[in-house]
Structures are given as structure tokens and as C-alpha cells.
Design a binder for this molecule. Sequence first.
Ligand code: FMN
Length: 207
Amino acid sequence: MSAPPAPLFPLDDLAQAETALWSRLGRAVRDRRSPWHTPAVATTAPDGAPRARIMVLRAVDRSSGLFRLHTDARAAKAADLAATPRAALLFYDPGAKLQLRVEGPARVETATPAADLAWAATRPFSRRCYTAPHPPGSTAPAPTSGLPPELESREPTPAESEAGRPHFAILLVESVRLEFLFLAVTGHRRGCFDRSEAGWQGRWLIP
Ligand SMILES: Cc1cc2nc3c(=O)[nH]c(=O)nc-3n(C[C@H](O)[C@H](O)[C@H](O)COP(=O)(O)O)c2cc1C
């Protein structure tokens, strides 16, 4: 009889689970096809209502707990975070049957060295959305991409793309808690990691 296949996620070792989570997150940044490349990002609207939207994960750092995403500084989420500087990220990989929740203080930066660095690493095509003259979410008189007409069907030149810089922002989540749920026929596993000065401290939870 052959041995049963290895589970897709560590079932009984928290240190291995922590390493597996960060390794998946690192891959999700690099791999556009990873289901974890586009988490749901939740904020709190000024009236207290929860608000979630899909965003692209741009960078993660295990030791600082920092998650970086990019957005338009005029978007509603920026106002949400100015009023309530906390966010939650939600990832799910249906193939791996692995859910991850991430929580922590969050902020939007527009004119900082970190935002400058992120902008410098962004390609002209990705910069195009930031050249929209009107804020995202504002009412439009007709169906529209919101883009300047001359950029509708082409990539901006590097010089043209600079028009987007004032609107470009990085959204930083300083995660303090990671919580995973792994679904397995042999029994689900749930655990969490809390970040302190000593690093990430893990514990198991009842699924
Ligand atoms: C696949 C996908 C990826 C997206 N990536 C981003 C992103 O990286 N940054 C962003 O601000 N919005 C992104 N959006 C759009 C957001 O989901 C949202 O519609 C928009 O940011 C406005 O959100 P807000 O009004 O809550 O600020 C993406 C949407 C989809 C469907």
C-alpha cells in the first residue's frame, strides 16, 4: 500500500504553518495567477459600515508584518483609513482550501520615500489608471473609463504617466494578526499568529 499523499498544508506544526503562510504570500506577490494575488481588503467607512474590495497584493514582509498595496489617493478607502486607520485582508485559495485573515493598523501614503519607490517601480501601463482627472467613485454623466481620451486605447509614455503621480498612493497594513483555516477531510485546522516584539507567536484554535 502506498503512503497517503502529503497534506497541502502542515497539519500539526505551527512553525511549519507560519513558514508555509509567508511562503505562499511571497509567491502571491510574484504570481498573478495565484488566488492570493488579489485579496479582499476591508476598511471601515466614516459612518461605521464595513467596506471591502479586491486589491492586488504588491509586497509582504514577514519580520515587520508589512503588507503593501497600491491605490488612488482619492479613493474612498483612503478616506476610510484616515478616519479609522485599521484594515483587514482576506485571502482564499480554493485549490489549497486555505483561508487567511490578516489584520492590523493601516495607512495610506502619497508623498513619502516608500511611495516614491513604489511609483518608480510601476510600469507606464499600470500608471494609466491614476491619470483619470476625476476621483474614482465620483458620479459620471455617461458610461466611461474615466481616463483622459488620448490614453483610452494606448499605454501612456513615461512622461504622460507622470500625470498620475499625484494620485498614486501606497496602502500599508502593519499586520499584527494572521489567522488561517485549512479545510481537510481528515479534520480542519485553524490557528493564528500574533506579532509582538518577540516575533510571531502562534497558537491553535478550534476550527
Ligand atoms: C482583480 C481586481 C484587482 C483590483 N486591484 C486594485 C488595486 O490594486 N488597487 C485598487 O485601489 N483597486 C483595485 N481594484 C478595484 C477595487 O476593487 C475597487 O473597486 C476600487 O479600488 C474602489 O474602491 P473604494 O471606492 O472602496 O476605494 C481591483 C479590482 C479587481 C476586480
